[in-house]
Design a protein. Structure first.
Length: 352
């Protein structure tokens, strides 16, 4: 998140969080249309209109069918041994946004078969009202071939007449239960706009504030806004330690975080807060210093799969795509936002 003029941007972000009134209208609360009852004569007052919710652009049935199709195809293609180029192309066609970046890197970095998963019965989170590309989320257990089970939060999107694609997948932290999402009488959720002011942090600001916490740690101004943890202040502690360790290896080390350009989605939770789905980009740079330590330093193991260079001759830059799920409390609750799910990996390596 470091850049010229950044203090002003961060101050503005903080001002937006603390100043916007809680009386602003909740985005995505739903349009309604009246259904009028005919009067029985001119002298009799008309009956009060009955409010009928707008029909959802994505039904629960359609969402269930779309998710089953994507997950089922992924299971069939993922189980193929060996993976043919056509199989991989079909698997990539089912992804977009941050999920596509991670899947592409996984294919490029290994000729071996990708991990195979078995999916459980999903809990669908389908907004009744939404604008732009259609989307929905799902909470579903994912079992690895080893038998380990993790709870995943998937986001699927559809642009125009295109097929449904997985936009993001995050795995909830061990022992964390997903929050209860508020639904109406028909089981549909409420989507929140990016600027929604009824929650402590608007969905649009969750990513940049998370990035600030990951860089500045407990001393940063975002520390009290987002709960401490491995994906926030833990990253800042890691960077501090790495900087010292790499210095002893004759390397300059820096790592910065930024909000990505991928979509941000949010749903109202039963306690009035929000479940926010977003992503960050982490860029880490290792630079050889002029020292007597030598001129060839091995590429770190986590970056080797995406570069053919065996050594860092001058600079190594890695880019990570990180997909997150966080909960944000209702405005003025006095509680911080909490990161509850994550999935990420290196998606680009540049070595010189």
């Amino acid at each position: 998140m470091r850049e010229h003029g950044r203090p002003g941007v961060l101050a503005l972000a903080l001002a937006l969080i603390t100043v916007i009134t809680a009386t602003a209208a909740c985005s995505g609360s739903g349009d309604v249309r009246p259904e009028r009852s005919p009067s029985a004569g001119g002298a009799t007052p008309a009956a009060r209109p009955r409010v009928v919710p707008s029909p959802p652009p994505v039904t629960l049935t359609e969402a269930a069918k779309a998710l089953a199709g994507v997950v089922g195809a992924d299971g069939v293609l993922g189980a193929a041994t060996p993976h043919l180029d056509a199989d991989r192309m079909l698997m990539l066609d089912q992804t977009r946004d941050g999920q596509k970046a991670l899947s592409t890197a996984a294919f490029n970095g290994s000729a071996e078969a990708l991990p195979h998963y078995t999916w459980g019965a999903p809990r669908l989170l389908v907004p009744r009202n939404q604008a732009g590309p259609l989307w929905f989320a799902a909470v579903v257990d994912r079992e690895e071939s080893s038998g380990r089970v993790r709870t995943a939060v998937l986001t699927l999107m559809r642009q125009g007449g295109e097929d449904w694609q997985i936009s993001s997948t995050s795995l909830l932290d061990e022992g964390v239960e997903p929050p209860v999402v508020a639904t109406d009488a028909e089981g549909y959720a409420t989507a929140l706009g990016e600027e929604d002011a009824t929650v402590a942090i608007s969905p649009r600001l969750m990513a940049p504030l998370h990035a600030t916490s990951a860089e500045e740690g407990k001393r940063g101004f975002a520390a009290k806004l987002i709960e401490e943890g491995p994906h926030t202040t833990g990253f800042a502690d890691e960077i501090t330690k790495k900087r010292a360790d790499e210095k002893s290896n004759c390397l300059g080390y820096d790592s910065i975080f930024a909000a990505s350009n991928y979509p941000v989605h949010a749903l109202r939770t039963a306690d009035g807060g929000a479940l926010v789905l977003y992503s960050l980009i982490r860029t880490t740079t290792r630079t050889i210093k002029v020292t007597p330590c030598g001129s060839e330093i091995p590429i770190p193991p986590e970056a080797r799969k995406l570069t053919k260079e065996p050594f860092i001759l001058k600079e190594l830059r890695t880019v990570e795509t990180q997909l997150y799920v966080s909960t944000v409390p209702v405005k003025r609750s006095g509680r911080p936002a909490r990161v509850i799910g994550y999935l990420g990996g290196i998606t680009k390596v540049t070595a010189s």
